[in-house]
Design a protein around this ligand. Structure first.
Ligand SMILES: OC[C@H]1O[C@H](O[C@H]2O[C@H](CO)[C@@H](O)[C@H](O)[C@H]2O)[C@H](O)[C@@H](O)[C@@H]1O
Length: 624
């Protein structure tokens, strides 16, 4: 998992300011379950939104230049090699820099959120004597607003409107770290010897409040390590891919907004799906689809408290008129996520636009009814938020679905082209009604069962008639289409047909042969322009992991395992995945880290160790 990187890096002062931070796979995540930061292999925090995942960024170098906000701590001299790892099963990141004169370890973490959001950066001297440099540029409002900064030796206070950040530096041997202004940023230098420690803290608080008191960094480190180890000890996965599964689970946990139970799809916006392209989206929100999948894997892995919290989040978010159910909500269930462009940011490697908000919020995506129903059918029935009755709400959603399932939609891939009768959407409409019927059968809630059963049969018959192409021997993208779509891999996984049905086997084979690049699965062929967007994209990692699961379920078990192990090699040095992988450029693309990729990886690992089978689809996990 922890591969050493031997990429010499120049010092911050000598380096030309980069247009962007680093390669996407060069980042690691630290977080406090309310927001998260991305730390590069060269010790620079290039992305941080405060106080929550979907607030404006105060470090946005990732999507621009160093001057759009960053915080770097690194040796002044040439770095000979860098090695990175998390401290065991935790979100505490350790980056070791080797230089000619010695070695240092940089420890980065965010303690569990109390009153404030904090980042702590500890530098420990491992060997010899190393000169270090720091540079800090705080830019609120996604790199646009230069704050008013006051410095007093080791302490810096930055204020802009409602935001206040306080940064402090402390040298265990020499006392406080002296920070000084340079241009519109703050720099400092110090020397660290073997056995010595230097620490920095960054605290965010509303500027309406008092300046926060200094933190005890060693105590915070100990409690953060304890927190993650305890959380990880609840994992029930028993298989050979434990390291990857645990890192994926922790990443999902780090992307869960603790106050509400909402789960963001990724912590970034606008990391491009192809470098220089326009397929750049904001993922710092909660998709009903992605969060439902997340819940299913968290429950598989033994995390029921998260399931209960998500259930409450969901019931509150979708409460109201079922006709107004959205595909995406804010972290607390907000409905307004208007998409706009941060025109002053050049974008990751010049990939414009940088989008804030997500226009897909207004789309009609039929599949989300199915994903939500499937997750609700598996979540513990107890502990509903008493303000919303789960059974009544589910019944209202299914009744609404019975009215609208025949309409075309934008589908799982959120196309920006015309609506169509996507096969996956119809299959998921079937799932919604099917799971609801089974829940009623089990718990006896009030429902219009005769209508639901009639609609379930109608959807099934229509998909079989219009969604399968005999010539291709495969389900296709939309009714009447001759195009393949990786979402059809899910038809067998959700139990629409048995796994050994020749039409399921035919679909898996057709996608395996016709929709892969270097063995990795594409969502669909972008050149057929179903999505209404110019340009192309990389292979979709979640779909590639669905292929692992599908191959395994149709009995091609060795091939499934080989693909899984090949995919595992795409994890970066600290086990993280973006949304996509470009096999030609051999680099990650798309938002990072992305929940869907990690979810599908976990699910495939459980499948390979026989800890998930389709038979489990309809058995609810009872409350422990
Ligand atoms: O490809 C166009 C769409 O891409 C994004 O959607 C993708 O990410 C979502 C979150 O992970 C996922 O639920 C969806 O299935 C993916 O297609 C983007 O958010 C959309 O706005 C965009 O139209």
């Amino acid at each position: 998992m922890s591969k050493a990187r031997r990429t010499p890096q120049s010092s911050p002062s000598k380096a030309k300011l980069p247009l962007h931070g680093s390669r996407i796979e060069d980042y690691a995540i630290i977080g406090d379950c309310e927001t998260a930061a991305l730390v590069s292999l060269s010790g620079s925090i290039d992305w941080l939104c405060l106080p929550t995942f979907s607030s404006a960024a105060c470090f946005a170098a990732l999507l621009g230049t160093a001057d759009h906000g960053h915080w770097k701590i690194a040796p002044s001299a040439t770095v000979l090699s860098t090695h990175r790892t998390y401290a065991g099963p935790t979100m505490v990141l350790e980056t070791t820099f080797e230089t000619r004169s010695g070695a240092v370890k940089l420890i980065d973490f965010m303690p569990a959120r109390g009153e404030d959001s904090n980042i702590i950066r500890i530098v420990r001297g491992l060997r010899g004597k190393v000169k270090m440099e720091t540079s800090l540029a705080l830019r609120f409002d996604y790199g646009r607003t230069v704050p008013w900064v006051t410095r007093k030796d080791h302490e810096l206070r930055a204020v802009a409107g409602p935001d206040m950040v306080v940064v402090r530096g402390h040298h265990e041997g020499d006392g406080e770290i002296h920070m000084r202004g340079k241009g519109l940023s703050t720099v400092s230098e110090f020397t660290i010897r073997e056995g010595e420690t230097v620490s920095f803290t960054l605290t965010y608080r509303s500027s309406l409040l008092n300046v926060p008191s200094p933190l005890n960094v060693e105590k915070s480190l100990a409690s953060t390590l304890r927190y993650w180890k305890k959380w990880m000890s609840g994992c029930t996965y028993k298989g050979e891919y434990g390291v990857a599964v645990k890192r994926s689970l922790m990443t999902l946990k780090a992307m869960t907004y603790r106050p509400s139970g909402g789960i963001v799809a990724a912590v970034t916006t606008s990391l491009p799906e192809s470098i220089g392209g326009v397929r750049n989206w904001d993922y710092r929100y909660c998709w009903l689809r992605d969060t439902s999948f997340t819940l299913l894997v968290l429950m598989l892995a033994g995390y029921r408290d998260e399931a209960v919290e998500w259930r409450k989040w969901l019931l509150r978010a979708v409460a109201g008129d079922p006709a107004q159910v959205q595909t995406i909500y804010g972290i607390c269930g907000e409905r307004e996520l208007k998409e706009w462009q941060a025109g002053w940011l050049p974008g990751y490697e010049n990939s414009k636009p940088v989008n804030i908000g997500n226009g897909a919020v207004g789309q009609f995506q039929l599949d989300v009814f199915g994903e939500v129903a499937a997750a609700l059918a598996r979540t513990p029935q107890a502990d509903d938020d008493l303000r919303v009755s789960s059974s009544a709400l589910q019944a209202a959603l299914v009744n609404h679905l019975c009215d609208v399932w025949q309409k075309p939609d934008e589908g799982i891939w959120e196309v920006r082209g015309p609506r169509r009768h996507f096969v996956h959407s119809k299959v998921m409409a079937w799932v919604a009604v099917d799971r609801a019927i089974r829940t009623v059968d089990r718990y006896g809630h009030a429902a219009d069962l005769p209508r639901w059963k009639k609609v379930r049969a109608e959807i099934h018959a229509e998909v079989m008639k219009k969604g399968f192409n005999k010539k291709l021997n495969s389900f296709v993208q939309y009714y009447g289409s001759t195009q393949l779509d990786a979402s059809c891999l899910r038809i067998g996984m959700v139990g629409f047909l048995p796994q050994d049905d020749p039409r399921i086997i035919g679909t898996v084979n057709a996608i395996h042969e016709g929709l892969t690049e270097d063995g990795f699965v594409l969502r669909y062929k972008t050149e057929k322009s179903v999505d209404g967007l110019p340009g192309t994209e990389g292979s979709f990692l979640a779909c590639s992991y669905w292929m692992v699961t599908s191959l395994y379920l149709i009995g091609r078990k060795d091939q499934a395992r080989r693909l899984f192990e090949r995919l595992l090699k795409l994890n970066n040095d600290v086990g993280l995945l973006a949304e996509e992988y470009d096999p030609r450029a051999k680099r990650m693309v798309g938002n990072f880290p992305q929940a869907l990729s990690h979810i599908a990886q976990i699910h495939a690992a459980f499948t390979l160790s026989n800890q998930w089978t389709p038979a489990m689809i309809n058995s609810p996990i009872e409350r422990a």
